[in-house]
Design a protein around this ligand. Structure first.
Ligand SMILES: NC(=O)c1ccc[n+]([C@@H]2O[C@H](COP(=O)([O-])OP(=O)(O)OC[C@H]3O[C@@H](n4cnc5c(N)ncnc54)[C@H](O)[C@@H]3O)[C@@H](O)[C@H]2O)c1
Ligand SMILES: [Zn+2]
Ligand SMILES: [Zn+2]
Length: 371
């Protein structure tokens, strides 16, 4: 155990209703029982941060943004025995409670006891305060757009030291979600045909997962030529621009529909078009997260008559403690080229510009480095 006694000054990228993202000084309290301090070495900019900034998901408290990160343990509170100072770790944004029925059943991604989705630590508190000593809350229980975080031990996953921090950061969300959507949620059999709609950090990870398990063909769909070129490099066998090709008609004409259709945008018209892309018995997987409160509609007769399914996918149906080290080791063994997802690496102070690029679909995954 190693506990600093006083709050430490830091800078963080915050969002308060209507204000932000902006960088401001914060104080970070020492870790309490069951908590760990981690110095952030790299943190990815995910569309789930953008959903907060653009108002898709209303934020009811002032937040420290960021939830996809890797770093080094700098201090541990009492009763922390799974990690030690100096460990290299990836942070999981879905810290499970360990006690609920879903945790007991090995479905940590469906934990009903977690406080992460309420943007607090497990005891309902926060370690972050602003310059006026007002609370700032950790987005998804982490709030990684800062120099040092304080998080529950269950959010801290040790990884090999050889793993680059930028890759580790992406393992915290997009990769684990995307590869997990293929191997855990959909359990895609070898040789299945699949389409991936939206090739951002999550969609490209789905493409990599499909390549890893031997899906064929793999059709990638995006508005951006840059994303499609990267998808082809990562294993997509066909790339389509939806503004030039009617994707459902193309898939029905060429393949009689596909076995799996992954949506990785969270856009209602795209979600509604998924059943029309499938072959009979096919499965649509909802990985993209829609704005709060929106509705999508389907033809229930077609779903029943054609035996088509729709699956929801949270965090790639992953138990982070198991999946993150497994994926890290696949990267280190040369079997998953995860570093290919990394776009611009920029200082923390450029978070607003990185989120702006993300909103305009420019570039691959941005990584922020707190210096
Ligand atoms: N299910 C989960 O647990 C989970 C985890 C992480 C992220 N997400 C969600 O997944 C979604 C994608 O996240 P991301 O970080 O990869 O986002 P991103 O912005 O990097 O990727 C979205 C991609 O969709 C493309 N796109 C936009 N409109 C399109 C259209 N009409 N047709 C085709 N392509 C289009 C963009 O060019 C971009 O490449 C978000 O909704 C995010 O919140 C879900
Ligand atoms: Zn994310
Ligand atoms: Zn639980």
């Amino acid at each position: 155990m190693s506990i600093p006694s006083r709050p430490r000054p830091s800078n963080a990228v915050t969002f308060r209703s209507g204000i932000g993202p902006r960088i401001e000084p914060i104080q970070v309290a020492p870790p309490k029982r069951g908590q760990v301090s981690v110095q952030i070495r790299a943190t990815g900019v995910c569309h789930s941060d953008l959903h907060i900034v653009n108002g898709d998901w209303p934020a009811d408290k002032p937040l420290v943004l960021g939830h996809e990160a890797a770093g080094v343990v700098t201090a541990t509170g009492p009763e922390v025995d799974g990690v030690a100072v100096g460990d290299h770790v990836v942070l999981s944004w879905f810290a499970p409670c360990g006690n609920c029925l879903n945790c007991a059943a090995g479905r940590a991604w469906l934990c009903t006891g977690t406080k992460a989705l309420e943007n607090t630590l497990p005891d309902g508190s926060t370690a972050y305060a602003d310059a006026k000593d007002g609370p700032l809350w950790p987005y998804l229980g982490l709030g990684t757009f800062t120099h040092t975080v304080v998080v529950p031990e269950s959010a801290v996953i040790p990884v090999p030291r050889e793993l680059p921090f930028e890759v580790g950061a992406l393992l915290g969300c997009s990769i684990t979600t995307g590869v997990g959507a293929v191997v855990n949620t959909a359990k895609v059999p070898v040789g299945s045909s699949a389409v991936v709609i939206g090739c951002g950090g999550v969609g490209l990870s789905i493409v990599m997962g499909l390549r890893l398990i031997g899906a064929n063909p793999i059709i990638a769909v995006d508005l951006s030529d840059e994303k499609l070129a990267k998808a082809a490099q990562l294993g997509a066998t066909v790339t389509l621009q939806p503004d030039q090709t009617d994707v459902p008609s193309y898939l029905q004409h060429h393949y009689g529909g596909v076995d799996f259709a992954f949506e990785a945008i969270g856009r209602v018209p795209t979600i509604e078009s998924l059943p029309a892309m499938l072959a009979g018995g096919g499965t649509a997987v909802l990985v993209g997260m829609a704005a709060a409160g929106v509705r999508a509609s389907f033809d229930p007769f077609e779903l029943a008559d054609q035996g088509k399914s729709i699956l929801g996918c949270n965090y790639g149906s992953s138990v982070a403690k198991i999946e993150i080290p497994k994926l890290a080791n696949l990267y280190l063994a040369g079997l998953l080229p995860l570093d290919q997802l990394i776009g611009q690496v920029r200082p923390l102070g450029e978070a607003a510009a990185a989120l702006d690029d993300l909103s305009r679909g420019i570039g691959l995954r941005s990584i922020l480095i707190p210096s």
